[in-house]
Design a protein around this ligand. Structure first.
Ligand code: F6P
Length: 500
């Protein structure tokens, strides 16, 4: 039995008679028209691919923004289509948002207000006042679609920061449905969160949930601190819950994992081996290879990493010709200036460093911005001696976990930022780096490259254990078991109230 079967079944049994409604900005399937033909694509998000098997087993409805150009050509009058296309198992209900709304809600409020605030980048915040209105209206469109699908028996599971006020809107129409939300990015301290002009509205929206999940204990504590500043709340630290408007919201850490077995399988595939053989032939790599994999986002700390690498080759000439860094970078949110500027900066820096140190036989930095097949990525992770995750701030960071699960041969070393959420779980066995401490970063690269094999193996063993035991299926199960416990607690409380 595979991990996803176990979980999907467990989730189905935990659901009982309740119907599951998942709501997220991104959809699991998208219909796209190309040269007159409609094809189905699966956006490559970790979350969408992890929840899809559960939905396939449990059934129910997934509400998401219909972003594909043929999405509404295949839906019924409610915007719904049965998916997966090859063996329909659940409803995907698409929310239609026009271009202006997407600009204001997704590129605007979600990614130029909430994203910088939660990652503690007030300088990147755009205070354009129309964004909030678009965010609210988009959340209203989601809420209307959800309420249309929901009954009092539904279990509604909101995902992420795009849907901060939708729970309150849904709650008004479905007072007894169980609502929960998982916040996939950091939750900052009150000092940082207060920079958000709509902080009261957001807290009010989120506190319409029965259960709120974050990646780490620290984010939970930050949230409780913020909730305490909202007039009318009572924060109960002992039970980690907030009482507000007559309801109690439980706040819990659920560190997100990956499909670790799936990653291991990919890394051992023949296609991964073929990819790596070709890759080595095509590029002038050193004996030792490090890898970094990310969206081109200013929170990921790529320029700081390039600075550390340049200083490393500068101070350690013995590693020139011997050590190559491979950067897999994907374009992201390119309608936003800060993202386009970052992309140009990173590409210029890579060219400059390669011009400075590169030779005919050796390229210091191999920069990949094209699509990589999943087996190709698995090969890079498998063969890398180091994986560098030096985010300036990151909710969790699943790349660190993907690297670990793909390390099926010689043990590599994980260099991990102490500012990534993953540090709480993986920090002890990783080599820690601070993205802004260039000297410490250079020393860490040197140290990681020189670690004795027994040390590397010991560390990787501990990391593997953690990544496999706390995979994405464990993440889901823990949340569903928590819901069960909350509901049991409520039943007991209401019985004893009736007895009084
Ligand atoms: O980390 C938060 C997150 O929303 C992830 O769920 C997602 O994979 C990533 O950011 C990129 O998001 P998007 O391309 O949808 O803006």
């Amino acid at each position: 039995m595979t991990g996803d079967q176990v979980t999907a079944e467990t989730v189905s049994s935990l659901l009982g008679d309740r119907e599951l409604i998942v709501a997220s900005n991104r959809q699991p399937y998208s219909h796209v028209r190309e040269d007159g033909e409609i094809t189905v694509t699966r956006p490559a998000g970790g979350l969408t691919s992890a929840l899809d098997p559960v939905m396939q087993s449990a059934g129910g409805t997934w509400v998401a923004w219909g972003s594909g150009n043929a999405d509404f050509d295949v839906t019924d009058e409610n915007g719904s289509v049965r998916v997966p296309p090859e063996s329909p198992a659940y409803d995907l209900r698409r929310v239609e948002l026009d271009e202006e709304r997407v600009e204001g809600y997704y590129y605007g409020y979600s990614n130029q207000v909430l994203w910088p605030i939660c990652h503690v980048y007030p300088s990147k915040m755009n205070t354009e006042t129309t964004f909030w209105n678009h965010y609210r209206r988009a959340n209203r469109a989601f809420a209307d679609a959800i309420a249309d699908e929901a009954t009092e028996e539904s279990l509604i599971w909101f995902q992420d920061y795009h849907l901060g006020v939708a729970p309150r809107m849904v709650r008004e129409k479905c007072p007894d449905a169980f609502c929960m939300q998982f916040w996939h990015i950091p939750w900052p301290s009150w000092d940082a969160f207060q920079a958000c002009p709509q902080y009261e509205r957001l807290l009010d929206g989120l506190l319409a949930n029965d259960l709120l999940g974050f990646h780490t204990e620290r984010y939970c504590q930050n949230f409780l601190d913020c909730a305490a500043m909202l007039p009318g709340t009572r924060v109960d630290r002992a039970t980690r819950s907030v009482v507000y408007e007559g309801r109690r919201t439980f706040v819990r850490p659920f560190p997100l994992g990956i499909d670790a077995d799936g990653r291991r399988e990919l890394a051992t595939s023949k296609d991964a081996t073929t990819f790596w053989r070709e890759f080595r032939r095509e590029h002038e790599l050193g004996e030792a290879v490090a890898v970094g994999v990310e969206r081109l986002d200013y929170t990921k700390g790529i320029p700081e990493r390039l600075t550390a690498l340049e200083r490393f080759w500068d101070q350690h000439p013995e590693w020139r010709g011997e050590f190559t860094y491979v950067q897999k970078a994907s374009e992201s949110r390119t309608q936003i200036d800060a993202y386009r500027e970052l992309q140009a900066e990173v590409e210029d820096e890579v060219d400059r460093i390669n011009d400075r140190f590169g030779t005919d036989e050796w390229t210091p930095i191999v920069y990949l911005n094209e699509h990589l097949p999943k087996e190709g990525l698995a090969a890079l992770y498998r063969e890398a001696d180091l994986c560098i995750v030096s985010a300036r701030r990151d909710g969790m960071n699943l790349v660190a976990k993907e690297f670990v699960a793909s390390q099926v041969e010689d043990s590599g070393v994980l260099l991990l930022s102490e500012l990534a959420g993953a540090d709480e779980e993986l920090g002890d066995e990783a080599v820690s780096v601070h993205p802004h401490d260039t000297k410490g970063f250079v020393d860490a690269i040197e140290r990681a490259l020189s670690l004795p094999e027994s040390d590397r193996e010991r560390r990787m063993h501990g990391l593997r254990k953690q990544v496999h035991s706390n995979d994405v299926y464990a993440w889901m199960n823990t949340q569903f078991r928590t819901i069960e416990a909350i509901q049991r607690g409520r039943e007991v409380a209401s019985k004893s109230l009736r007895r009084q």
